[in-house]
Design a protein around this ligand. Structure first.
Ligand code: 13P
Length: 423
């Protein structure tokens, strides 16, 4: 990419050096265009000084880099930090049940149920009313419909969660659409009207939010797709914090592809460096966010599978290189791994102390055996709730690094990867 050379005097004689540095650095970032050098030199007093004199440009865009802006969150800052810490509490993780109505329909179809509001409510009621869930689950991500729904007895799902000491969360992105100018990649919609939606969700009881965008390794990823994913996540995070919601930052690096684990590591490092660059640029309060990364694994169609130890080593290498310790929690997605794999990999990551709480925010890897046990039959509800507790407890143990993998069912060993899966 094009870089402009700027000849500078030593720092002591050039009080504006930092702003020039920022301006040059930010030239790589499409959102802050640098002032063209021709304009800069035109403002200098004489050609003799043009090479050495400090540039006294009063460019507002450039000066903005140096204006001290408080981190997002404002009056919510303390609450954001406390919410994030509660979600990232020892031995607990997130139950992700924020499938859009269309995606929930896929779950229901897998057990022969129609995608009606009544069936979605029945399924979410089964999950959320599981007695004892709060021991292992600290937060539940809901879809908008569920945030405003109640049990068939008339108790709001938000109250059901609060009574179990589980924080209600809300998916706020509006899904993926094709990204023009890219290599068949996508971008995530939902920034328009986001502030007012977040404010309403907060009033309804939500305390954290989720925005999921994706990056595809087989499609590149192109620099454009990575930048767009990172910028969208950062804008969302700042807006969510401004309205009292802890943002879960989720750039999912899809499992699709036949690449090896080294390639995933390389892409994950690139994606997270870009995400943190823009999070910082948007003054997001790092103590008040949670991350939802993919684990660093080989592509699903790679010739060899990686062991939990290899996945843990690569994933932690990536996180240590890219994630500041100010971030309280890393809550992995399962991404199509089997329930067992997702639990074993998490356990491997918790064999020694980490700078952050390393836990789970699984959808597929917490729901699969529940659905298969339930089959839509009222008489199976109790058994299905037990199946949820089995998975939640296994992942709780994995968060503490003490899961053994004994006594797992065959259902838990079944992979759930589907090529080109869309949420
Ligand atoms: P899984 O990959 O664990 O199915 O969930 C991803 C997700 O973002 C759900 O909130």
């Amino acid at each position: 990419m094009h870089k402009t050379a700027v000849v500078l005097p030593p720092p002591a004689t050039n009080p504006l050096r930092p702003s020039l540095f920022l301006a040059v650095a930010s030239e790589h970032r499409a959102h802050r265009p640098i002032e063209p050098m021709a304009m800069v030199t035109a403002k200098l007093s004489s050609p003799a000084t043009a090479r050495l004199a400090p540039v006294r440009s009063a460019q507002p865009a450039r000066r903005a880099s140096l204006v001290r802006v408080r981190a997002s969150g404002g009056s919510y800052a303390d609450e954001l930090v406390s919410t994030a810490k509660t979600v990232a509490s020892p031995g607990r993780g997130i139950l992700a049940i924020d499938e859009s109505s269309a995606t929930c329909g896929k779950r229901l179809a897998s057990i022969g149920l129609d995608n009606t509001e009544v069936n979605r409510q029945a399924y979410r009621q089964l999950l959320l009313t599981t007695a004892g869930l709060g021991e292992y689950i600290s937060g539940a991500i809901l879809f908008e419909e569920t945030l405003y729904q109640s049990t068939t007895d008339g108790k709001t799902f938000v109250d059901v969660l609060k009574d179990q000491n589980i924080m209600p969360g809300i998916k706020v992105d509006k899904g993926l659409v094709p990204l023009p100018g890219s290599n068949n990649e996508s971008w995530c919609q939902g920034l328009d009207g986001l502030a007012s939606r977040c404010a309403e969700y907060y009033k309804q009881g939500a305390r954290f939010a989720k925005w999921r965008t994706v990056v595809s390794i087989p499609c590149g990823p192109t620099a454009l797709a990575v930048k767009e994913a990172a910028w969208g996540l950062a804008r969302y995070a700042a807006i969510a914090q401004d309205n009292g919601l802890v943002p879960i930052v989720e750039p999912e690096i899809l499992l699709d592809g036949d690449h090896g684990i080294e390639r995933t590591l390389e892409v994950a490092e690139k994606v997270w460096s870009e995400v943190f660059f823009y999070l910082a640029e948007n003054n997001v309060l790092f103590e008040g966010i949670l991350l939802k990364p993919s684990m660093v694994t080989p592509g699903a169609e790679h010739k060899e599978k990686a062991s939990p130890e290899a996945i843990a080593k690569n994933t932690l290498t990536m996180l240590r290189r890219r994630v500041p310790p100010a971030v309280p929690g890393i809550m992995f997605l399962s991404g199509g791994q089997s329930e067992l794999e997702a639990t074993m990999n998490l356990n491997a990551m918790n064999q020694s102390a980490n700078p952050w709480h390393v836990s789970f925010s699984y959808a597929r890897a917490l729901q699969n055996s529940v659905l298969k046990t339930w089959e839509g039959q009222p008489e199976n509800i109790e058994a299905a709730q037990k199946a949820l507790l089995v998975r939640a407890k296994a992942n709780s143990l994995a968060q503490l690094g003490s899961y053994t993998g004994e006594g797992e069912s065959d259902e838990a060993k079944k992979g759930m990867f589907q090529k080109g899966y869309t949420y």
